[in-house]
Design a protein around this ligand. Structure first.
Ligand code: SME
Length: 151
């Protein structure tokens, strides 16, 4: 599905004020995971800045054991600290990586900012090698900006 159409669908989900934020996040995960064949697992983690941990709030794809991730650990934990996008073209080449599923080949994590503060992130695992492009980065940054408006 083209990213333009996906943007319209994400906007439609975001504007459903009768749903909880958690429900809307789950719907966005399900939309992205089912619409792009190289998005095999899609989830949102949110930060607890006091405990320095990330907590899984919504996801689509296989269940994961990694519902709480310390800042600094894995790709997700590194993004909690760096405030930068992280595109791991080949997760096997990463020495600070938490494996959720042996089929995963690549991962992208984009921080989510509210009022300039890194409060969470969208995390996507792919079973395809090196599938993510700048288009994914821009699209996912946009998704996170839309979500920050309802938080
Ligand atoms: N691979 C991630 C952990 C989360 S799972 O992908 C769901 C990481 O290295 O932080």
């Amino acid at each position: 599905m083209p990213y333009k159409i996906l943007q319209q669908k994400v906007s439609g989900i975001i504007s459903q004020k009768s749903l909880t934020v958690g429900n809307r996040l789950t719907q966005i995960c399900e939309l992205l995971q089912s619409s792009l064949d190289f998005y095999d697992w899609v989830g949102f983690y949110f930060a607890n800045h006091e405990q320095k941990t990330l907590h899984l709030k919504a996801y689509a794809g296989e269940e994961t054991d990694h519902t709480v991730i310390p800042f600094g650990k894995g790709i997700c934990g590194q993004v909690a600290v760096s405030n930068q996008n992280f595109v791991a073209e080949d997760v096997q080449a990463q020495n600070n990586y938490i494996a959720c599923n042996i089929n995963v080949k690549a991962e992208i994590v984009i921080p989510l900012f509210k009022d300039g503060k890194n409060i969470g992130q969208i995390d996507i695992d792919s079973n395809t090698s090196n599938p993510f492009t700048k288009k994914d980065e821009r699209f996912l940054e946009w998704v996170n900006e839309q979500i920050s408006l309802i938080l």
